[in-house]
Write a protein that binds this ligand. Structure first.
Ligand SMILES: N[C@@H](CCC[C@H](N)C(=O)O)C(=O)O
Length: 294
């Protein structure tokens, strides 16, 4: 980054992102630059960053350009790269709509986790239309593991949604404690690339609540891929597998920042529906870039 650069700020169920529109992939976003932009005190602040690039202009997405015009180059708040971000895809689509690149309806977004089909519902009297993302199928590697926070440990259900998740069913969400002071630990042998950890309690039939500690971001107020992982883990625990029963399974997942609705279809595909909001837009000053990043 070397000159004034446009940015926006958005969130999906309070999982918040710095958005950097860069159709031609001209902005160099080093891990240091991403971490500085996501810094909540000295930067703009966000759990992560959405770099909005045309697929044809990005070496990691060029091969997907015929399927999806836009590539979500997602970064975690610490500057690391992740394969997928469920809340991020919804906010990414909302940005494209806000900027006039697309209208409500259907579009495809390229991600490191493959091309995701997105549907933006038309706005109604209650505000902006919800965004639904076809998240693909979950994989459930059989390997057993535990996560530990302080004195407590729980067995995990491993769920891969393009990115790795360790789902722990707990008696009380408060048992996860202060995840900033004592982040969860997990065996590097099972999660060599690190893992997102979800803590889950039941709220009612097909209704759960969760907290999440995200790889590369810490505790966040929501995680879309995490909510999908939790819905699938809860369904299997409840004896439901739509591919076997021929009945879709829908779970309501409450998070600290809002609610997501997750449906596993009979073909195993998972759909996530939730809000996506653009909050602000502005320009990163040349001076800040020079002193903090360049
Ligand atoms: N908040 C995201 C997930 C972002 C990536 C994650 N931290 C990872 O490293 O895998 C979501 O909404 O899915």
């Amino acid at each position: 980054m070397s000159t004034r650069t446009a940015f926006l700020k958005g969130h999906g169920t309070e999982n918040d992102f710095v958005i950097v529109p860069d159709p031609d992939n001209a902005v160099e976003l080093t891990p240091t630059a991403v971490a500085a932009l996501c810094d909540r005190r000295a930067g703009i602040g966000g759990d992560g960053l959405l770099h909005v690039v045309r697929s044809a202009a990005h070496p990691e997405a060029r091969h997907l350009a015929d399927e999806a015009e836009w590539f979500m180059d997602y970064r975690n708040g610490d500057g690391s790269v992740a394969e997928m971000c469920g809340n991020g895809v919804r906010v990414f689509a909302r940005y494209l709509q806000y900027a006039g690149h697309i209208k409500a309806g259907d579009l495809a977004v390229a991600t490191r986790g493959g091309v995701k089909k997105v549907h933006i519902a038309k706005a109604d009297a209650h505000g902006e239309g919800a965004v639904t993302v076809s998240m693909g199928r979950a994989e459930l590697p059989a390997e057993q593991a535990t996560v530990t926070v302080g004195e407590r440990s729980w067995p995990t259900v491993n769920v891969n949604m393009g990115n790795p998740h360790a789902v722990a069913f707990v008696a009380d969400l408060a048992h996860a404690g202060n995840l900033f002071a004592a982040p969860p630990t997990s065996p590097a042998t099972v999660y060599p690339e690190g893992v997102n950890v979800e803590f889950v309690v039941d709220r009612g039939p097909r209704h759960v609540a969760m907290r999440v500690h995200e790889r590369g971001s810490g505790e966040t107020r929501s995680c879309g891929t995490g909510a999908c992982a939790v819905a699938v883990a809860a369904a299997r625990r409840d004896g439901l597998n739509p591919s076997d029963t021929g009945e879709p399974a829908t779970y309501t997942v409450d998070l600290p920042g809002g609610t997501l609705v997750i449906t596993e279809r009979t073909d195993g595909g998972i759909e996530m529906t939730g809000p996506a909001v653009i909050v602000a837009e502005g320009e990163i000053t040349a001076e800040w870039i020079k002193t903090r990043i360049a």
